[in-house]
Design a protein around this ligand. Structure first.
Ligand SMILES: C[S@@+](CC[C@H](N)C(=O)[O-])C[C@H]1O[C@@H](n2cnc3c(N)ncnc32)[C@H](O)[C@@H]1O
Length: 222
């Protein structure tokens, strides 16, 4: 199908199809994401901007939780050669993720799980855990808190959760700032337009070098 520029946007080297794109319209006739996974949410751009500025070692193993269309993970795979798993409790989001993985020329593993369904075994090989716009209800706070603690116990080096600063996210962040040395970073991305929010950062890529760094990545600490 011919590419129609007004049907898609591109930033950080990643292509995103808009809702009116014929392929998205076709998918929307068959698949009905229920828990807001029906489009790309803007905090994903904050994560892309973070890695664009601070880097991500090539070959990192990244898990995106509450991935929806999975664009933050797709960015990590496309621009940093990361091995990415997209996790969502709603299987209906995965056709949209697969379409975006395909048009961006990357492979993303998918896993249908709730936050609470991810065990230490799922997390033990993961270097970086990311999520965008996933703490939008108070009910999300407890499972996310437990998941992040489990991830750190399993050896995940860096956790980054981006948000447009909803109150449940602020509560989640306050816990990790107080108890686990987390940081709430004010973040602005200028692409694809001005987007402001916060990123909860726990740990660091350089906590324990988990893998051989590519020579071009030495000195970068995401
Ligand atoms: C607001 S959307 C954000 C999607 C994507 N991260 C983005 O930025 O475009 C929230 C996503 O989190 C998923 N989600 C919500 N609660 C979840 C849970 N307890 N376990 C796993 N996924 C969950 C939803 O299915 C949905 O895809």
């Amino acid at each position: 199908m011919a590419k129609t520029p007004e049907y898609e946007i591109k930033a950080f080297g990643v292509r995103v199809l808009l809702s009116k794109h014929p392929q998205i319209r076709r998918l929307k006739q068959k698949h009905y994401p229920t828990f807001y996974g029906n489009r790309l949410w803007r905090s994903s751009w904050l994560l892309m901007d973070y890695f664009h500025r601070l880097g991500l070692p090539k070959g990192s193993k990244v898990m995106e939780i509450g991935c929806g269309w999975g664009l933050a993970g797709i960015y990590c795979a496309k621009k940093h050669h990361a091995h990415v798993t997209g996790v969502d409790m709603d299987h209906e989001v995965f056709p949209f993720l697969r379409l975006h993985a395909q048009i961006n020329g990357v492979e993303i593993r998918t896993l249908g799980k709730r936050f609470g369904g991810l065990t230490e075994k799922h997390l033990q090989d993961i270097d970086v855990l990311i999520g965008a716009d996933i703490c939008f209800w108070d009910e999300n706070i407890h499972p996310l808190k437990r998941l992040i603690l489990r991830a750190r116990r399993a050896g995940v080096h860096l956790v980054l959760i981006a948000d447009p600063i909803r109150s449940p996210f602020e509560k989640l962040g306050a816990y990790f700032v107080e108890h686990c040395g987390g940081q709430m970073l004010d973040w602005t991305s200028e692409h694809p337009r001005c987007i402001r929010g916060k990123i909860l950062k726990i740990g660091s890529i350089s906590d324990r070098p988990p893998f051989a760094l590519h020579p071009s990545d030495i000195g970068k600490t995401a």
